[in-house]
Design a protein around this ligand. Structure first.
Ligand SMILES: [Zn+2]
Length: 299
């Protein structure tokens, strides 16, 4: 019962934060304030009443069009709201702390709580970056760079609290676990960013133009800060696979096939696919990696 209530609350909160994110994604590229004018239609300026501003539901009722001028609102609005709402709800549903709430409180719930809070922040950031890169081919530094700091902070907080739980009273061991984790994350971050910079350099030598932006390198560094080394590699592999499938499906469209420079000239929002890969790695990273290692014969 408590678990259902918690999940419902997380879904509603996620929808609300997704709705706020839509305002940000619409207004940031224009350099507009995210607070000042009330929510309005981008075509006719009609101010939205409260029932036109409900996450996902209003979009369905209005069938994706403005009530006054019938301008197409776009798929991004319900997609962003449902993504944040769905991810937050799913995270709360499978929160390991529920066992602690229902069962015996044998260990402290704080490491799991910190990880839960971190996942909320991480998914919100990933949906924001995915939407911005898809629409504007833009991964702002003021999202990715604080994202790196937040990722390390949440990880170190979790490591410190679990170390303290494992050795009650042994504060020295807990403090030793922190620099070790910090070093591991720093190496992962440099490796992840370096991987993108290496591909970028090779592409520039071969094609004599920019292929991958520096924003993608900072995004990979952010993924490494939150996910660690192995899951970032998985996120990268999944992202590149999604991007390739998307590019191939674009090529089958007749309009794309006819245009002269369809191959290699069309700009693909790689960051969006890396964000989707990051979400997959965050949700199912460890089971996927374990299954892969098992399949590859490592154990
Ligand atoms: Zn309108």
């Amino acid at each position: 019962m408590l678990r259902v209530l918690g999940t419902t609350f997380a879904a509603l909160a996620g929808l609300a934060f997704g709705s706020f994110l839509n305002v940000c994604v619409t207004r940031w590229p224009q350099g507009e304030s995210i607070v000042a004018p009330r929510s309005h239609c981008c075509s006719c300026g009609h101010s939205l009443t409260w029932w036109e501003n409900l996450p996902a539901i209003s979009w369905l009722i209005l069938r994706g069009r403005c009530r006054t001028c019938c301008a197409w609102i776009g798929w991004r609005y319900p997609l962003v709201e449902l993504s944040v709402g769905g991810l937050w709800a799913f995270t709360v549903w499978r929160f390991p702390g529920w066992n602690l709430v229902y069962g015996t409180l044998s260990s402290e719930p704080y490491p799991a709580l910190i990880a839960l809070l971190g996942q909320f922040v991480f998914y919100w950031l990933l949906v924001a970056l995915a939407a911005l890169d898809a629409e504007q081919l833009w991964l702002p530094d003021w999202l990715t760079l604080p994202g790196i700091v937040l990722g390390i902070s949440f990880d170190l907080g979790r490591v410190y609290l679990s170390a303290r739980t494992a050795a009650p009273g042994g504060l020295e061991t807990a403090f030793l676990a922190v620099p070790h984790a910090a070093l591991a994350r720093t190496i992962s971050i440099f490796f992840a960013a370096g991987l993108i910079l290496l591909i970028r350099g090779i592409y520039r030598l071969m094609r004599r133009r920019e292929g991958i932006g520096l924003g993608d390198a900072k995004l990979m560094a952010m993924l490494a800060a939150w996910l660690g080394f192995s899951r970032t590699l998985l996120a990268f592999g999944a992202g590149v696979m999604f991007a390739t499938l998307f590019a191939l499906s674009l090529l089958t469209l007749p309009a794309q096939r006819k245009s002269k420079d369809h191959w290699g000239a069309a700009k693909l929002p790689l960051g969006t696919f890396l964000c989707i890969g990051g979400i997959v790695a965050a949700l199912w990273g460890y089971p996927i990696i374990a299954a892969y290692l098992h399949w590859a014969g490592f154990y």
